[in-house]
Ligand binder design. Structure first.
Ligand code: EPS
Length: 383
């Protein structure tokens, strides 16, 4: 049986974006409004450029479903590009520092960066959000709730109320265009983006994804390939313009002794029916992972996005044909895509979590998967 997996295809100004998903169990009902809602959120956020006014991203599911539910066969999903003009789009000879332009042109032996940038573009994240949103339909059947938001933009950092549950985080996040659950920080972030636009520059930031309701024991410490924290970190760093990922307190643990880093273990029988099965922690500094496996605590993952490489003012570069000094080319772009990237991060994490859930509990049908899940939880509770 196929492992849950996905592949994407499509260019920024090609005919269509495509995602193909294999390994979903049969009888999973797909919530099309949820999927299109995630695509809509990805198109939004303060700081986006002109392209998002052209497109209305919605999924067209071409295969793998019958009457709105999966049948276990490979699923092909299409999101059509309205701005389809790849053959007319201008040649790009002056690579943008920080974009894939130069490395790709050297790799594919061309002086026209267009062939590389069309696929390297963050437009590809549309396909990944569609895949992640479909994975979320599976996770919700198991009470697993994934929520992503913006932690910081430029110098502005959010101060997020740690007592907020996923519903509270989502409501606070959705109340502003920075996608940040701290209203006063959100205002400052929007101001920082506005100023950056005036300065003809771009700005990056940090996004966070939390996963609530995860049972313990998902992932494995026995093979490095199966460590779920590592897979999630890989998925985060694979998002266009991301330069790093951290789990829980992440890089901060380097500055503290072990006694202030690890999360002490207690037992409280009244919590036996929650995801921690009664094994409670007063802290979650390790972000829900020990040995690459979930430990019953919420998962906490952050990723850092560099400022977008397309600069209105350009940067020093070189003409690939004449080798003479030139400013880098300008392509229509965003001033800040950190809010949109928080949607991408949320959905790529959702897919990795769903993949690992399918590895532990996976089956041909949803009924069998739920039976395996319930059987495991009963056994773990009765250890
Ligand atoms: C994007 C689509 C792109 C860019 C942006 C994100 O569309 P276009 O190139 O037609 O304006 O707006 O991509 C980048 C910033 C990038 O560096 O590739 C999208 O759909 O998210």
């Amino acid at each position: 049986m196929a492992q849950l997996d996905y592949r994407t295809a499509g260019e920024s100004h090609g005919q269509s974006l495509i995602v193909m998903i294999e390994g979903l169990p049969a009888d999973l009902h797909l919530d099309i409004d949820l999927i299109n809602g995630e695509l809509r959120r990805r198109q939004g956020g303060y700081g986006r450029g002109g392209r998002m006014k052209i497109e209305t991203d919605t999924v067209n599911i071409l295969s793998g479903i019958r009457s709105g539910a999966t049948i276990g066969s490979p699923m092909a999903v299409q999101v059509a590009n309205k701005d389809w003009r790849i053959d007319e789009a201008p040649v790009v000879n002056h690579p943008r520092p920080g974009h894939a332009d130069l490395a790709g042109s050297l790799k594919w032996l061309t002086t026209d960066c267009r062939s590389t940038l069309e696929r390297a573009s963050a437009r590809e994240t549309t396909s990944r959000v569609a895949a992640g949103a479909i994975a979320k339909c599976l996770l919700l059947e198991f009470g697993v709730d994934v929520v992503g938001f913006v932690r910081s933009i430029g110098p502005v950092e959010a101060d997020i109320d740690p007592s907020l549950d996923p519903e509270g985080l989502r409501a606070a996040r959705d109340a502003n265009e920075a996608y940040c659950p701290d209203e006063s920080a959100a205002e400052k972030m929007i101001e920082a983006i506005r100023q950056t636009k005036i300065d003809k520059d771009t700005v990056g930031g940090i996004v966070e994804v939390q996963v609530h309701g995860m049972p313990p024991g998902v992932g494995s410490c026995f093979r490095w390939q199966d460590k779920l924290d590592a897979r999630i970190a890989g998925a985060i760093v694979s998002i266009q313009a991301f330069k790093g990922a951290e789990i829980g307190d992440g890089f901060k643990v380097a500055h503290k002794p072990g006694s202030q880093v690890h999360d002490a273990i207690y037992y409280d029988a009244s919590q036996r029916n929650t995801p921690n099965l009664g094994f409670v922690r007063k802290t979650n500094r390790l972000g829900g992972f020990e040995g690459g496996m979930t430990n019953g605590q919420p998962l906490v993952v952050r990723g850092v996005m560099k400022p977008i490489a397309t600069l209105l003012m350009g940067m020093d570069s070189v003409d690939l044909k004449s080798k003479s000094a030139q400013r880098s080319d300008y392509e229509r772009s965003d001033v800040c895509a950190v809010p949109a990237a928080s949607v991408v991060a949320e959905n790529v994490v959702a897919f990795e979590v769903a993949r690992a859930m399918c590895e532990k509990f996976g089956a041909d049908t949803m009924n069998e998967m739920k039976a395996a899940y319930n059987h495991y939880l009963a056994a773990a509770r009765n250890l």
